[in-house]
Design a protein around this ligand. Structure first.
Ligand SMILES: Nc1ncnc2c1ncn2[C@@H]1O[C@H](COP(=O)(O)OP(=O)(O)OP(=O)(O)O)[C@@H](O)[C@H]1O
Ligand SMILES: [Mg+2]
Length: 281
């Protein structure tokens, strides 16, 4: 095949086959298609990865949430977009804010797009946990867009100018029909940009059912990880409900898929994970 098409030596066999088919149909050489195929072929991974050093290659971003990073081999892999999903009032926003706070403590720029809450309300709830995010806003490390109606282009522009390392979207159900996420060009553009710029993102989505129901939406499949938040009465006599997170998915990471109990302390969310469980990971 290469003898017939010496000019296409850098193309994969698959790409040459596509080119040949179209050239036969058109009866002429199709330069535009050839260029497009060359571009696509660049997506093939050509570097060698040493399996021994894989742990060092995967950079993990700490959530900073007490007891949680240990459950994820040290943190969320850099460049991941993770769904923070679950039922109402279960700590999704608090968890995501804590993730941003950890970045801020390490001088990383962070951005929060909130579609449901005003910026001042977000700041007030942060202050309740003793997080002085006002200081980070003043210093230019944190941008909060409350009740935002930004377009895709505006969001990408913010990424270009502000260059955040961590980004949170709270919540995205309002933006696009969750059943159509995979095909939403808006989301594909944003997700591609997050990955290309090596940011790490938490994307909050809503569920109308708790952990006992195994029903997943497009975003659960599309995202690199799924953290499901829920709360329930453990015993009939309990006055308060117990909060849980289930790590339902985290690509390239060994996880325990049990619901894990957490509490709201005066500093935010905290996990008290039994030692035996950590040993099993
Ligand atoms: N210090 C605290 N102690 C106990 N519970 C708290 C504390 N702070 C917040 N909560 C509870 O956490 C819930 C709110 O947390 P958060 O806003 O993070 O949840 P959410 O999942 O984002 O909620 P929503 O679905 O409304 O967006 C509330 O139900 C509140 O009662
Ligand atoms: Mg919330």
């Amino acid at each position: 095949m290469n003898d017939k098409h010496p000019i296409h030596t850098t193309l994969s066999t698959e790409a040459i086959r596509i080119l040949e088919r179209y050239e036969q149909e058109l009866g002429t050489k199709n330069i535009v298609l050839e260029r497009a195929l060359l571009g696509m072929d660049k997506l093939r991974f050509k570097d060698k990865i040493d399996p021994q050093s894989i742990g060092r290659i995967i950079k993990r971003v700490k959530t900073g949430i007490k007891g949680f990073d240990e459950l994820l081999e040290g943190g969320i892999p850099e460049g991941f977009v993770v769904a923070v999903t679950g039922t109402p009032g279960t700590g999704k926003t608090t968890f995501s804010m804590q993730f941003l706070l950890e970045g801020l403590k390490n001088n990383e720029r962070c951005v929060l797009f909130s579609f449901e809450e005003k910026a001042d309300q977000i700041i007030k709830s942060a202050i309740r946990f003793g997080w002085d995010i006002g200081e980070y806003i003043d210093k230019g490390y944190l941008e909060i867009f409350g009740f935002t109606l930004l377009s895709t282009e505006e969001i990408i522009e913010i990424f270009d100018i502000f260059k955040p390392k961590r980004v949170v979207f709270d919540s995205i159900n309002i933006l696009s029909d969750i059943g159509n996420f995979r095909r939403s060009s808006r989301w594909r553009t944003i997700l591609k940009d997050i990955k290309e710029k090596k940011m790490t993102g938490l994307v909050i989505t809503e569920k109308k059912h708790g952990l006992e129901v195994k029903e997943f939406d497009e975003f659960d499949f599309m995202s690199d990880g799924v953290l499901f938040f829920d709360k329930k009465h453990i015993n009939d006599l309990d006055q308060y409900k117990t909060y849980f997170i289930e790590i339902q998915k985290m690509r390239i990471t060994k996880i325990n898929e049990m619901p894990l109990e957490f509490i709201f302390s005066e500093h935010g969310i905290e996990f008290r994970v039994p030692r035996e469980l950590l040993k099993s990971l």
